[in-house]
Design a binder for this molecule. Structure first.
Ligand SMILES: [Zn+2]
Length: 194
């Protein structure tokens, strides 16, 4: 009788502990998820950055880097013209900055949201910087329709998926986003006409 009672008591304590852990686990998850917004939200932020980039005298590209909790930790526009820097694409520069601030393990859980599909150089920077996921609004092909052979941006016809496919890690890619592709493209209207 006494042994049974002990077993029962132990069982209740275990159940209480289990519930307690489950409660904290749920709370932790809820806290983490609270910060996550939709892909469209982060892409809208990137589009805002691309507008600022154009207004600041550079080509109309922008991106934001989001950590594993959904927080925007960096934003970057193109700096090619103002810094006279041929590698000044938004995504390459944000990767350079990110690698100075965070280690590769942390960056693997980050997502790069960018207005346009990364070019081969930027896809390479994402690969070497070790960011695990890329989300873009409009395709490189759509950009090519607008830039043509403009000497400032003679756009490639190679997708970032093609670049990643030749590497040794599985970087996830999502895009284009039909709901925002034209909004991202609009920032370019009139820019490549000359
Ligand atoms: Zn690029």
């Amino acid at each position: 009788m006494l042994i049974n009672q002990k077993k029962i008591n132990k069982g209740v304590i275990l159940m209480r502990n289990h519930r307690c852990n489950a409660f904290f686990a749920e709370k932790h998850l809820a806290g983490g998820n609270d910060m996550w917004k939709s892909d469209e939200y982060y892409l809208e932020k990137a589009i805002e950055v691309s507008r600022k980039s154009r207004a600041g005298g550079n080509t109309p590209f922008g991106c934001v880097l989001v950590d594993g909790d959904g927080e925007i930790i960096l934003e970057q526009g193109n700096v090619e013209i103002t810094e006279k820097r041929c590698t000044g694409h938004a995504e390459t520069v944000i990767m350079e900055r990110a690698s100075k601030l965070y280690d590769k393990k942390f960056l693997w859980n980050c997502t790069l949201y960018t207005t346009c599909e990364p070019c081969p150089m930027c896809a390479g920077a994402v690969y070497w910087g070790n960011v695990g996921k890329v989300v873009y609004a409009m395709t490189e092909e759509r950009l090519l329709q607008m830039t043509g052979s403009h000497e400032q941006n003679p756009t490639f016809t190679m997708t970032c998926k093609e670049v990643f496919a030749k590497g040794q890690k599985k970087i996830k890619v999502e895009g284009p986003f039909d709901s925002l592709a034209e909004k991202a493209a609009e920032v370019h209207f009139g820019y490549w006409d000359n």
